[in-house]
Design a protein around this ligand. Structure first.
Ligand code: FAD
Ligand code: ZN
Length: 473
């Protein structure tokens, strides 16, 4: 009898060409470990198709042989969603070769692009056409638009433009049996029954494999101002957010909160980073954009900050006077995740809350966690404008980080944080998704009815459970 693994490899090779079926340990290693180094899987092979027809044929072969398929984009996901299981029975489908812009329609302000294009490449293509694709993440040089859709990514411009979902008009999807579902329409209005594309956005590769997307483009910003404000506490940051909204309206694109410790960590691991307003506990990074030329935008932001300072809301503030300064301010914020990785293993919570509940949550969580994990260090930052905090914990100074993140501690910390989040009407995953990391927690915090409906959707679209098994549900 033929070896089933050899049969699988031969059939995949016939579809994509042998050089694009990777099996050597050294070649597949980068696809088997997640960005955080938390999960390490195994796979029959990593397959790199060049287009939708090949993805469809690959998935058909896998369906035929009952082999699980794990889609993977840039592998920057933070919840283990793109890592195959340790069992090693799956095929990883990597999108690195599928990065073509199929069409850019400037009149319709849309772009149709293959799933493997990096977010940075999508932004650049939009900008080259005098438009903008506003989704913005620290991982944008590596993450792919397919991964962004699959996770319904958030990032630093959600306040104004929404999550990835809000920028998607159409998708092309390969289904579990290899069939191609073409929903790649560039329409802003389309009320013809159920909006099926929404099922695939945020489903983390468990319902279908996104091969191409139609994106809604925005006007390019013509004026941009970046400011950093120091505030005494998170309550003051929230008051400042309210001031900024009132003074700037739709121009307010980003409002990021950062604790002094998260900034110190960022600087420790990225020497040479600026430290413009030392000596405060909390900071807000604010960005205002206007799609029209507005020479008065900086003055507007300055007046808003001065008024907030007059009310005792802002302790100190600075406005970037050049593009380079603005970039440097953003770099310190965006380097926090990488700095935490370099600092060692950590426990991450990507939570969202009604903004008004955040101070109470922070007080209660700190008390409970200080008691459970004495000396724990809090790396708290995030998209305050969206009520989304990255509430991360690092091992106490001098303690073993590996021991700190042992499974029992992860579970204990998750329970403490998530129970408080749910108690305040929040979500245990604001933007990173569920993946493997939060699968059990999802089952714990969602109502049985919600879980049952999700299960029925999964069964309807992937009855044999071959698409990214062991993730989400
Ligand atoms: P991958 O990691 O490859 O995959 C993620 C999930 O999507 C997996 O479940 C995978 O199976 C599935 N998937 C991938 N491609 C497809 C496809 N074509 N079809 C179907 N399923 C697919 N996220 C945010 O939301 N906001 C942030 O601000 C943010 N900042 C980050 C900063 C850093 C430094 C890092 C490392 C990550 C950050 N992330 C952030 C997380 C991550 O970048 C996003 O989740 C991103 O959308 C993942 O894209 P990817 O291409 O890397 O996907
Ligand atoms: Zn984030």
């Amino acid at each position: 009898m033929a070896d089933p693994r050899a049969t699988c490899l031969a059939r995949l090779g016939a579809v994509v060409g042998e050089p694009h079926v990777l099996t050597a340990a050294g070649d597949i290693e980068p696809y088997l470990t997640d960005w955080r180094g938390r999960y390490r899987g195994a796979a029959i092979a990593v397959v790199r198709p060049s287009g939708t027809r090949e993805v469809s044929a690959v998935v058909s072969v896998c369906a035929d042989l009952c082999v699980p398929v794990v889609p993977q984009g840039g592998n920057t996901g933070l919840v283990g969603g793109g890592t195959p299981h340790e069992r090693g029975d799956a095929v990883v489908v990597s999108f690195t070769r599928m990065n073509r812009v199929r069409a850019l329609d400037a009149d319709n302000a849309t772009m149709t692009v293959e799933a493997g294009a990096t977010l940075a490449a999508v932004q650049q293509a939009a900008s080259d056409a005098g438009l903008a694709f506003p989704l913005s993440l620290a991982s944008e040089g590596t993450c792919t638009i397919g991964g962004n859709l699959a996770t319904n990514a958030g990032g630093t411009a959600v306040l104004r433009y929404g999550n990835a979902r809000e920028s998607v008009l159409g998708v092309e999807v390969v289904l579990a049996d290899g069939g191609v579902l073409d929903l790649a329409r560039g329409l802003r209005k389309d009320n013809t029954g159920y909006d099926l594309k929404q099922l695939f956005i945020g489903s983390e590769g468990t319902l279908g494999i996104v091969t191409a997307v139609v994106l809604k483009l925005a006007s390019a910003p013509r004026s941009r101002v970046t400011a950093l404000a120091a505030v005494a506490d998170v309550g003051a940051a929230i008051a400042l957010l309210r001031h900024a909204r009132a003074a700037l309206g739709d121009r307010l694109t980003g409002f990021e909160l950062m604790s002094a410790f998260s900034l110190a960590l960022s600087r420790r691991h990225h020497p040479g980073s600026p430290e413009p307003l030392p000596g405060h506990d909390w900071y807000a990074l604010i960005q205002a954009d206007d799609s029209a030329e507005d020479p008065a935008l900086a003055a507007r932001v300055e007046a808003m900050l001065a008024a907030a300072a007059g009310l005792g809301v802002v302790a100190d503030a600075t406005i970037a006077s050049s593009l380079a300064q603005a970039r440097a301010l953003w770099a310190v914020r965006e380097n926090i995740a990488e700095a935490q990785r370099r600092e060692g293993p950590n426990l991450k919570h990507d939570i969202s809350l009604p903004v008004s509940r955040i101070p109470a949550f922070l007080d209660q969580a700190r008390r409970a966690l200080d008691a459970a994990f004495p000396g724990v260090r809090y790396v708290v930052f995030g998209h305050l404008g969206d009520g989304n905090l990255h509430y991360n914990l690092s091992a106490p100074e001098g303690a073993s980080a590996e021991a700190f993140v042992a499974a029992d501690r992860l579970e204990r910390a998750q329970r403490i944080v998530h129970d408080l989040v749910v108690g305040h009407g929040g979500s245990i995953s604001a933007e990173h998704g569920i993946g493997r990391l939060k699968r059990r927690e999802l089952a714990r915090v969602k109502s049985p009815l919600e879980i049952a409906l999700m299960r029925r959707i999964k069964d309807a679209l992937d009855p044999r459970g071959l698409l990214n098994p062991g993730k989400v549900i």
